[in-house]
Design a protein around this ligand. Structure first.
Ligand SMILES: CC(C)(COP(=O)(O)OP(=O)(O)OC[C@H]1O[C@@H](n2cnc3c(N)ncnc32)[C@H](O)[C@@H]1OP(=O)(O)O)[C@@H](O)C(=O)NCCC(=O)NCCS
Length: 187
């Protein structure tokens, strides 16, 4: 199939690629699901929000200091998106990045996010040559915590009332992994 967008990484079942406008409906479908949004910053996500988000992401470039870039996670067989992963390249030091991720509910429980993140971390540490990757998880978000720990990320902190979400101060765990740790295990 002729691809009109960038592919950043592949795994057995998945392709990590740039978003395109054909992804808007699927993206909207899971982003607007209250279960998906429970521990995330957004709520009442509209189709218009999805259109402008995908439009911005499909035109932006990865690894720009001080910005997030959203990678689409698509099934290799159909190219249909089932979720996304995001990388924030820190403005203060672009050798350090932060991770976020979301999977549509009907595709959860099958190991897809672990598989996508293994491919993404190979790209982040191998291709982009980043020094350290960190992630923050709401302490109540057990599924997200499992994903981070299954990747071998270390819990480096319990941050009390670290951010305001939906009218409530939220405790977060901070996780991290160094490039040397990832490459030692995966080369
Ligand atoms: C966080 C989130 C992506 C986790 O999804 P998930 O499906 O649990 O994660 P994975 O795709 O890696 O699947 C792992 C699960 O599939 C199971 N699994 C089934 N087949 C598998 C396979 N072939 N390989 C690996 N795991 C498999 C694992 O046992 C695991 O289940 P467990 O946690 O009960 O042990 C999902 O809950 C989500 O999108 N939540 C909303 C957004 C969010 O909160 N994001 C986090 C912000 S930091």
């Amino acid at each position: 199939m002729e691809k009109s967008y960038d592919v950043f990484a592949n795994s057995e079942r998945l392709v990590i690629r740039r978003f395109g406008m054909q992804d808007v409906q699927s993206f909207y479908h899971y982003r607007s699901n209250p279960d998906v949004a429970r521990y995330q910053s957004w709520e009442n996500y509209t189709l218009q929000d999805a259109e402008s988000f995908v439009s911005r992401q499909s035109a932006s470039s990865p690894d720009q200091p001080g910005t997030w870039f959203q990678y689409a996670v698509a099934l290799a067989t159909s190219d249909q998106i089932i979720g996304d992963c995001a990388i924030h390249t820190l403005g203060a030091d672009p050798r350090i990045v932060e991770l976020g991720f979301t999977l549509a509910p009907e595709h959860q429980g099958k190991g897809y996010m672990h598989e996508a993140l293994c491919a993404l971390l190979d790209y982040v540490f191998g291709t982009l040559n980043k020094h350290k990757l960190s992630a923050f998880a709401d302490v109540r978000n057990t599924k997200s915590i499992h994903v981070l720990e299954r990747l071998g990320m270390r819990r480096e902190g319990h941050l009390l009332e670290n951010y305001m979400s939906k009218g409530q101060w939220i405790d977060e765990y901070q996780y991290a992994i160094l490039q040397s740790e990832w490459l030692n295990k995966h080369q």
